[in-house]
Write a protein that binds this ligand. Structure first.
Ligand SMILES: [Zn+2]
Ligand SMILES: [Zn+2]
Length: 271
């Protein structure tokens, strides 16, 4: 551990670095907090499935969805750990990753078929339809990040519009991603649709940590699920799915919330 975060620790982070508990002071003391977006070593994440669980517990979450890029490989191993960690609800998922759009399929263990990197509108539409038929909720991820890619900036490839995505059947939008990707435009757009009675079904708004490397990233957003006391007794995926489908979320975003992980590691290394 002498080189700290500079050594290549992908898949080899020591477990002791997850032995902490922290929560932003903006969060209500009681609440049910969900992270809709996380990666492990099955794609480009640094954590093992078990470390992904530990990281979410350390950061005050009550539930999270594992969403590796275009693979469901770590869903089975992570779900096998559910009994060992009853304090958190582990939800399988899949990040359908293309150049034009990233979609999180929440609640399914895998997604069949080839994924075209530069997908057409028809391919995006049929993926949304298929995922929903499989029982997933479909979340549009980090529009502001996707649109900031140089290719998209040049107008060569285009992100589908929010109106198209609504028409194609998505269930929700991630409006804060990772540490800084905020998307207030989606919030305003939905608000306007609601005011004009043009929103025909509930659409959830959510946040995702999109954690890849916990030694470089920290949490700045939490999705609070507004569950009933009855639902809180057993907050399993079907309860969470229902709450999301009904748009029962509150988003907490704290961009000031910061603790360099290097400091934490150094402190630990001294003991
Ligand atoms: Zn993504
Ligand atoms: Zn992601």
């Amino acid at each position: 551990m002498k080189q700290g975060i500079y050594s290549n620790l992908k898949g080899k982070i020591p477990d002791y670095v997850f032995d902490y508990k922290r929560k932003s002071d903006i969060l209500p003391e009681k609440g049910f907090f969900l992270d809709t977006h996380a990666h492990t070593t099955a794609s480009d994440g640094w954590m093992t499935p078990e470390q992904c669980i530990k990281w979410h517990i350390a950061n005050g979450f009550n539930a999270f969805v594992l969403t590796d890029h275009n693979t469901g490989k770590n869903n089975k191993p992570i779900l096998e750990l559910q009994d060992k960690y009853p304090e958190i609800v582990i939800i399988p998922g899949f990040e359908w990753t293309t150049l034009r759009i990233h979609l999180n399929f929440l609640g399914i263990e895998d997604f069949p078929g080839k994924i075209k990197f530069n997908s057409t509108d028809e391919q995006i539409k049929s993926a949304i339809k298929k995922a929903k038929e499989m029982g997933a909720l479909v979340q549009v991820n980090h529009i502001t990040w996707t649109m900031d890619q140089p290719m998209l900036r040049k107008g060569k490839y285009t992100h589908p519009t929010r109106d198209q995505l609504l028409e194609w059947g998505v269930d929700g939008f991630e409006i804060n991603n990772e540490m800084r990707w905020y998307d207030p435009k989606t919030v305003h757009w939905l608000e306007r649709l609601k005011q004009n009675n043009q929103l025909l079904r509930p659409i959830f708004l959510s946040t995702g940590t999109d954690v890849h490397n916990p030694l470089k990233e920290w949490v700045t957003c939490w999705t609070e699920l507004l569950l009933t006391p009855e639902e809180l007794k057993d907050p399993n995926w079907s309860v969470i799915k229902k709450a999301l489908s009904e748009g029962r979320t509150f988003r907490w975003v704290d961009h000031d919330y910061y603790e360099p992980f290097e400091a934490k590691l150094l402190k630990l290394n001294k003991t």
